[in-house]
Design a binder for this molecule. Structure first.
Ligand SMILES: Nc1ncnc2c1ncn2[C@@H]1O[C@H](COP(=O)(O)OP(=O)(O)OP(=O)(O)O)[C@@H](O)[C@H]1O
Ligand SMILES: [Mg+2]
Length: 498
């Protein structure tokens, strides 16, 4: 780089209690650059970004913007210096409207000092249009699907006027067309001279959208390069070491699906429907199989899973479990019927201030838990899950909220594995996980399948269903549009069917 970096960090170190999250890292971001930041769960990516965004004021080292030393005491200081951040955990206000969320902290006022609603709706609409989003700015934020909420939050930061924009896993809940739109917009804003840090576990995305990339490993910088000069293997080697080429799988070629068509049906649905969500869904889920349900966000797969868990009960049709019709009017009934559901928004089911072992045992299956679980076994069970899932740090007593995003996801998964249901439904089970952790999840899901569990995986990520499923249903506009079984399938064919 010839010119002065827009943003530069030198020898930045940060510890939490005794744990060194960052061990003296350098980082430079040029003007008009999209800079990828990758690394395993817990490598320190979010911690560095929170320092830049003023969330962590207490750290060692130096930060410079346009060659001026800066020291932020708060997120407000950082915002005033032109830094915007989309956090890994969404920071939206669910009870406010979309428009208020888009303009959070910058709501236009009328001459009486009250919020100027017409102006706010107009400005928010323009911002959303710019992102290619058709969302009603008056809608309540909390009523939107997670992916839409994520897009609204991205809109807020992109249009806040910030010159340095940090996107911490911005695409995890987005469908391929939305990701493409976001990337096009980033390229446009880059041409205006704005700078981005793009954190993602989707290495293909990083290679597609970034100009340069930095790799973190265990709180230190493990490499940096121009994207044009490297490939995925290079990244993975620096992230977790050599010899992991199998993780490089990108599913361009064909994956052979093999469904156990002779196995006993565990769950069947017949003509299942819910207005505005899905209709005419008839499917069979067998013991010892993983059924993938793939579709873009809003295509009905997630609604179907939520319906089968009694969250939003189906209005028509029949559900049978072990050949007996079951009612799924609420989640209690669903749980009694043996259905477990790990939702995509796992934060809602975890307790940030409680230790890991409690988070694994305070199950949503609470009542069952009390019958089955002896308190003294909690730690022991937690220890087993921690080992099986590679949760770090491996301390059952550690407060959940201090774990990195990906490690929190693993805890959410562990929680359900404590109680063997008949049907396990997973929504976006590998979201936010690094390549190694994804492999762990694939291994665990396969093991449960081989033990005879009937599993449904709902995802808008082609890679996730291709890695996990034995059979794939593609949903489009609320209907099953295609089934892939006992055949070869690739990412392209899957996308084409959606
Ligand atoms: N508030 C906190 N208190 C204690 N420890 C923390 C806190 N925040 C982060 N850590 C620890 O710092 C380390 C780095 O975490 P960080 O969240 O930066 O990882 P990350 O690279 O963003 O991972 P991921 O890909 O999972 O999001 C981890 O060991 C984590 O447990
Ligand atoms: Mg993180």
């Amino acid at each position: 780089m010839t010119s002065t970096p827009r943003l530069e960090l030198r020898a930045v170190a940060k510890s939490f209690g005794g744990v060194a999250a960052l061990k003296g890292v350098d980082f430079a971001l040029a003007a008009g650059e999209i800079h990828g930041l990758v690394g395993e769960n817990g490598a320190g990516k979010s911690t560095l970004m929170k320092i830049i965004a003023g969330v962590h004021a207490d750290y060692q080292g130096e930060m410079r913007i346009d060659d001026q030393a800066v020291r932020f005491r708060s997120a407000r200081d950082a915002r005033a210096a032109g830094i915007g951040m989309v956090h890994q955990e969404l920071a939206i206000v669910p009870t406010l409207s979309v428009a208020e969320n888009v303009l959070l902290g910058m709501q236009p006022q009328n001459r009486f000092g009250a919020i100027d609603w017409p102006a706010m709706i107009r400005i928010a609409s323009a911002h959303l249009d710019n992102l290619g989003l058709s969302i009603d700015p008056r809608a309540e934020m909390g009523s939107l699907p997670l992916g839409m909420q994520q897009l609204v939050e991205i809109a807020r930061v992109l249009f806040s006027g910030a010159r340095i924009i940090i996107l911490d896993e911005p695409t995890s809940a987005l469908s391929p067309p939305e990701i493409a739109r976001l990337f096009a917009l980033l390229a446009r804003l880059r041409a205006e001279g704005r700078s981005f840090v793009f954190i993602s576990h989707f290495l293909d995305d990083v290679l597609a959208v970034c100009d340069r990339v930095t790799v973190f490993r265990n709180g230190a910088k493990a490499g940096a390069a121009r994207v044009a000069e490297i490939d995925k293997t290079w990244l993975i080697e620096r992230m977790i070491g050599a010899g992991h080429h199998e993780l490089e799988e990108s599913y361009r070629g064909d994956i052979r699906l093999e469904s156990p068509s002779a196995a006993r049906p565990v769950l069947t649905t017949d003509g299942l429907g819910l207005a505005g969500a899905f209709r005419d869904v008839s499917l069979t889920l067998r013991a010892g199989e993983v059924l993938g349900i793939y579709g873009f966000m809003g295509s009905g797969g997630l609604d179907l899973a939520r319906a089968l868990f009694g969250k939003t009960p189906p209005e028509r049709g029949v559900v049978r479990i072990d050949d007996r019709p079951v009612r799924l009017r609420n989640t209690t009934e669903a749980r009694r019927a043996g259905v477990a559901f790990v939702p995509e928004s796992r934060r809602s089911m975890l307790f940030a201030l409680e230790p890991l072992y409690k988070n694994m045992s305070i199950s949503v299956l609470d009542r069952l838990a009390r019958l089955w679980l002896k308190p003294k076994r909690e730690q022991e069970i937690a220890r087993r899950h921690i080992t099986a899932l590679g949760i770090r740090p491996a301390e059952p007593g550690r407060v959940l909220g201090t774990l990195s995003g990906g490690n929190q996801q693993k805890v959410a998964l562990a929680k359900w594995l404590t109680f063997m249901p008949k049907v396990l439904m997973l929504s976006e089970p590998t979201r936010g996980m690094d390549v190694g952790a994804k492999e762990d999840v694939v291994r665990i899901v396969r093991r449960l399948r081989d033990e005879g569990l009937a599993i449904i995986v709902v995802s808008a990520e082609p890679e996730t269903v291709l890695a996990l499923a034995d059979r794939i249903l593609v949903m489009r506009k609320g209907r099953i549009a295609h089934e892939f079984a006992d055949e070869a399938v690739s990412k392209d064919r899957l996308l084409a069917a959606a």
